[in-house]
Design a protein around this ligand. Structure first.
Ligand code: C5P
Length: 243
């Protein structure tokens, strides 16, 4: 019987790029290894994905020289044994790290999520929404939120504004981004210029990208203030949800 995109038995994997240095957070350990509530950010992100029943395989992309350290770290934090967790060394760019992660996926995976290690608090429902949309037939899916700020394009040389896109037409896009595996593989094989997310590579192929609701708590820990916010969210979850 031919497989259909509506087939709920499609195997789903998540690639977690965690090879960034996190320079915008200030001096210290690589971002993914810094702690939130005493637990490394990466471990939070891995747990968040492992909590989603549909996700059967996880590929963590470690800093290029840090795969053994990351493996030891994950083992030390007792992650669920039902999820197949693989660790591979990453590359110089996020794109390269994701490509190396995709190369480590088992053959029978049909749906791939790419999730920033730097988004440790993504709620299960947000991940499930992305998986469901891909399983329902969308080749590429991103979680997005409306913007609070007005956004301007600028000329970086003169610091002058070159335009103001209509805010109602903009979305701040998060991860996990979800893909039909063949579509994502083709994008990574075709697009070579530097990009900041996987969906933009798929867009360059002319493939439609669906936006589903994102979540405020799926924010990326990038700057020092984000760590303060993440600690507060985690403390609230631990107090109220037994997280
Ligand atoms: O730099 P940015 O915040 O966009 O990074 C997003 C994610 O990509 C982070 O989880 C980071 O660890 C990862 N990354 C990577 N390899 C790189 C650069 C970033 O895995 N060379």
């Amino acid at each position: 019987m031919p497989t259909s995109h509506k087939d709920t038995n499609l195997r789903t994997a998540a690639v977690i790029p965690a090879a960034g240095r996190g320079v915008r957070l200030g001096p210290g350990a690589p971002k993914a290894l810094r702690t939130l509530g005493g637990v490394p950010i990466l471990v939070h992100a891995v747990r968040a994905m492992a909590r989603v029943r549909a996700v059967q395989v996880l590929v963590v992309v470690a800093p290029p020289e840090g795969a053994a350290e990351v493996r030891a770290l994950l083992d030390a934090h007792g992650l669920p044994e039902s999820t197949d967790i693989r660790v591979v060394p990453g590359g110089d760019s996020r794109q390269e790290s994701v490509r190396l992660g995709l190369a480590a996926l088992p053959d029978d995976v049909d749906v791939v999520l790419v999730h920033d290690a730097a988004r440790p608090l993504v709620p299960v429902e947000t991940v499930e929404g992305v998986v469901e949309a891909v399983r329902a037939g969308a080749p590429a899916v991103v979680p997005g939120l409306p913007l609070a700020d007005t956004v301007k394009s600028v000329d970086p040389a003169s610091h002058t504004v070159t335009g103001t896109p209509q805010r109602a037409l903009l979305r701040a896009v998060q991860t996990p981004q979800g893909f039909d595996r063949a579509t994502l593989a083709k994008a990574h094989a075709t697009v070579t210029e530097d990009v900041t997310d996987d969906a933009s590579m798929v867009e360059q192929l002319g493939v439609p990208v669906l936006v589903v609701p994102g979540h405020e708590e799926a924010f990326k820990v990038t700057r020092p203030l984000d760590l303060v916010l993440a600690e507060a969210v985690l403390a609230r979850r631990r107090a109220t949800d037994g997280y």
